[in-house]
Design a binder for this molecule. Structure first.
Ligand code: MV4
Length: 448
């Protein structure tokens, strides 16, 4: 195991990684912007290095400064958390060039999964189900029309460099194809500096179901069940649960097998997530692979008992994962994560950074709170608006829901608006309680 690692992130995930490191007897180095100087992860770390001012481009995204901090402090590895440099192949490469272990997959894996058209081809080649789609990139309106005529409308135009929904355009009517095709390319070019697109048949009313995977250097590859992340707003997840209320044991097994196939095909190492679309007939299709640990990883930890971050550290250190002999995994109980953001759900979820005047955290059985804040702390406008993740576990989904409601009610945050009132509505919603939430849940069920 490493003696010391550097955590190239901030907020709750920085603290989460440091807690895992501490349990393994690994020392930690925090890097921070001047804006974050007084935050908990900086105080918690064994050492801390200021890397620049508030804007991420001048601090958390400065690869050279972060590498220099690792070299100066003798950190042998860097955990990137999520966001910032977590899926930056150049950063993973720079780590290697400086003999620092990047706690994550190889730069080649990051790159091949970062290009969505390539990822799709790779999955098709190894037998992972994909939505019927164009044969590679679609360079002309005529080729787009030919594909749409062949598979039938509606279709979805996707940017190869996309992900997270950017550069995506639905086409329901042949008359709109040209306009939407041109719009998708313009948007993709502006957003990613790459305007290539491909087409897929549009899956109607899908659910977002993703499989957590771990792979080590000894050929161990495990699927840690699934998470259902259908409750999203503009591609920002708000609530995630595990297992998915929409999967039976057979589909779960099949999805896990497909995910492990994908991991083997690209010789993936460390933690990752394979995202699938689940259609209303229970069929699933590869959507994207995330080559990092995700915000919602705790729900998987709760139903499997696996500490995903500690496994990441072991794998990166060249040790075998400790959970391989437990595969195939079946979910134990049910977990739900509520993302508590500093946003005002009554005003289109507009961010509302500010100072927290009261912060009373829920507790009791089956309640886990991942945060880095306390009373008197300030939410910075420079970074994401995540205040806390409230994760509840119950023996059944029904118990998890009751516990979630109880814990959301106990959580008292004042001084800022939060998404707690939104979650209290979700948890009383009949479609959610029945396990019938699709990716259009917020539009169809939370209209007001
Ligand atoms: C789709 C789809 C329907 N059909 N692909 C959204 C983000 C990007 N990863 C891919 N996405 C979608 N791809 C086909 N062929 C619907 C979506 C989609 C979506 C997926 C998961 C969660 C929320 C979503 C919201 C809108 C669209």
């Amino acid at each position: 195991m490493f003696d010391k690692i550097l955590v190239a992130n901030r907020g709750e995930v920085a603290l989460r990684v440091m807690r895992a490191a501490r349990e393994l007897g690994v020392k930690t180095v925090a890097v921070y912007s001047t804006e974050d100087a007084n935050t908990l992860p900086v105080a918690y770390a064994d050492e801390a290095v200021c890397i620049g001012p508030a804007p991420a481009a001048q601090s958390y995204l400065l690869m050279e400064s972060i590498i220099q901090a690792a070299l100066n402090t003798g950190a042998q590895a860097i955990h990137p958390g999520y966001g910032f440099l977590a899926e930056n192949a150049a950063f993973a490469r720079l780590c290697a060039e400086n003999n620092i272990v990047f706690i994550g997959p190889s730069p080649e894996c990051i790159e091949s999964m970062g290009d969505k058209a390539t990822a799709r081809e790779t999955m098709m080649a190894c037998g992972v189900p994909t939505v019927p789609g164009s044969d590679g990139l679609v360079d002309t309106v005529e080729a787009a029309a030919a594909f749409a005529d062949k598979v039938g409308y509606p279709v979805l135009i996707k940017a190869s460099a996309g992900g997270g929904g950017k550069g995506m355009r639905e086409v329901h009517d042949p008359a709109d194809l040209e306009t939407q095709y041109k719009a998708a390319r313009l948007e993709a070019g502006a957003a990613f500096g790459n305007d290539t697109v491909y087409l897929e048949k549009l899956v109607l009313r899908p659910r977002h179901v993703e499989i957590q995977v771990l792979a080590d250097d000894f050929g161990n590859r495990v699927a840690l069940c699934e998470r259902d992340c259908s409750i999203q707003r503009r591609h920002q997840k708000l609530l995630e649960e595990a297992p998915s209320p929409a999967l039976d044991e057979e589909t779960r097994r099949a999805m896990g097998v497909a995910a492990v196939k994908a991991v083997r095909a690209v010789d993936y190492r460390n933690a990752g997530t394979i995202e699938f679309l689940l259609d209303t007939d229970g069929r699933f299709y590869f959507m994207e692979m995330n080559t990092r640990v995700q915000v919602e990883h705790p729900v998987t930890e709760e139903i499997t008992g696996v500490d995903i971050i500690k496994e990441q550290l072991r794998i990166a250190a060249g040790e075998p994962m400790t959970c391989a002999d437990r595969a195939p995994f079946s979910p134990y109980g049910h977990a739900i994560e509520f993302r508590i953001n500093a946003e005002d759900p009554a005003h289109d979820f507009r961010p509302c950074p500010g100072t927290i005047t009261k912060f009373i955290v829920p507790g009791g059985p089956g309640v886990r709170v991942e945060s880095y804040l306390q009373q008197g702390a300030t939410i910075s406008p420079f970074y994401d608006s995540l205040v806390a993740k409230l994760v509840v576990w119950g023996a059944t989904r029904q118990e998890a829901i009751a516990r979630g409601k109880r814990a959301l009610t106990e959580f008292k945050i004042e001084g800022i608006e939060t998404t707690i009132p939104f979650h209290l509505k979700v948890i009383d919603n009949a479609a959610f309680v029945a396990g019938q939430a699709y990716t259009d849940f917020i539009e169809t069920e939370m209209g007001d």
